[in-house]
Design a protein around this ligand. Structure first.
Ligand SMILES: [Fe+2]
Length: 387
């Protein structure tokens, strides 16, 4: 908690959330509320021909204008640019994304291109450069992790430069998120576990962030409680709609928390290890979270809150003891979920660690880490621990 006199914060949460089983069936109404008439649906190659996307298409009825189903894992500059051109071609005035973080972030980029023109690289150079609302965007997540339906950032891979571009702007916050548990039942256990750990990492990093604040704290704490209870159950039985629904809520809460408080060294390293070696975002976070926390532990009494949310008794323990127990509990938790524990298990070569550390220095998330880490050597040592 922060009870200091210097406490100052801004909290935003403008995205409308519609939750419920079969909530997708109301999408035409949500489009109408946003003044849309021609909807571009954006999704990935796997989902493009799925019954889920078909359901969205049917529910859109006469306002359906076209499907851009070319998104892949870790979306890229070309995919976004082609999607923008396709959307213009079908005369789209509204974007609906169906998928995980990659599809949602692609749609955020397309929403800009439909309004402003140009290529997505033009918008990655500066923060909050857009001066007006962008193309209305409704998000239907099919994973429970990214929280991208409530964040104002899009991560887009620049394959040429082997870097992840960050587009950060309040005007790309989606207008509406439709959280329908039926849309996430198709997720296999491995993806369920990894995306759920992305959400847990958002929550923990929102709590340890330099920009932490009490509203985000409350949301992050509840997200951790829900993930602790429901993620193992979602991995075990993906058909359980109650459990799937609770995980969507957890990911959303964690998304709002980090959308306001930001993330830190764990995400900075995870972005780099993903950009350089293709490690999926949730898997990278899951492996790196305990090591990022261990790095911050001596200056971060806030891990007591993480321990509490994980159900660890903290009374009579120092902040460091409680934090250490939280770290160990997270390792046990990911072990039980069947997730890899080390970077070396996910094809990161030892010889590549230095390069990842250097790349991490350029990641904006590092700014919010509670302990300064603007030194490749320091980051390298954390990565080595995790290797
Ligand atoms: Fe993340």
């Amino acid at each position: 908690m922060d009870e200091s006199e210097s406490l100052q914060f801004v909290f935003r949460n403008p995205t409308k959330i519609v939750f419920g089983r079969n909530a997708v069936s109301d999408i035409a109404y949500e489009v109408e509320l946003l003044g849309g008439q021609r909807v571009l649906v954006v999704t990935d190659r796997d989902l493009a021909k799925s019954a889920m996307v078909e359901k969205v298409r049917k529910a859109l009825g006469s306002c359906y204008a076209g499907l851009y189903g070319e998104v892949v894992q870790d979306t890229g500059v070309e995919i976004v640019d082609r999607g923008g051109a396709f959307g213009k071609g079908v005369g789209a005035d509204t974007v609906v994304s169906v998928g995980g973080g990659s599809s949602i972030d692609t749609a955020k980029g397309i929403a800009i291109l439909l309004k402003e023109g140009g290529g997505i690289r033009d918008y990655a150079a500066q923060f909050n450069a857009l001066t007006r609302p962008q193309t209305p965007h409704i998000v239907i997540p099919t994973t429970a992790g990214t929280g991208s339906e409530v964040t104002y950032a899009a991560v887009i891979k620049d394959h040429e430069r082997k870097q992840k571009l960050l587009v950060v702007d309040n005007h790309i916050l989606p207008n509406t998120g439709i959280l329908d548990p039926e849309m996430t039942v198709g997720m296999p256990p491995g993806l369920t576990a990894a995306t759920g750990m992305d959400a847990l990492t958002h929550a923990v990093e929102a709590i340890h962030s330099e920009q932490h604040e009490p509203i985000a704290d409350a949301m992050a704490m509840h997200a951790i409680r829900l993930i602790r209870e429901f993620l193992p159950r979602a991995v075990e039985n993906g058909r359980d709609l109650v459990v799937r629904g609770q995980m969507l809520i957890a990911a959303n809460l964690a998304g709002v928390a980090f959308g306001n408080a930001q993330v830190g060294i764990v995400h900075a390293m995870a972005h780099s290890v993903g950009a350089r070696f293709g490690v999926p975002h949730g898997v990278a976070n899951s492996i790196l979270l305990p090591y990022g926390m261990r790095f911050n532990l001596d200056i971060c009494p806030r891990y007591v809150m993480v321990a509490q949310a994980l159900g660890i008794p903290v009374e009579g323990k120092s902040a460091e003891e409680a934090g250490l127990e939280a770290i160990e509990e997270i390792k046990r938790f990911t072990g039980r979920l069947g997730l890899p524990q080390r970077l070396r298990e996910v094809q990161v070569p030892e010889a590549g660690i230095r390069e990842v550390a250097e790349l991490t220095l350029y990641d904006g998330s590092l700014v919010y880490n509670p302990k300064p880490a603007f030194d490749a050597e320091v980051i390298e040592s954390v990565l080595r621990e995790a290797w």
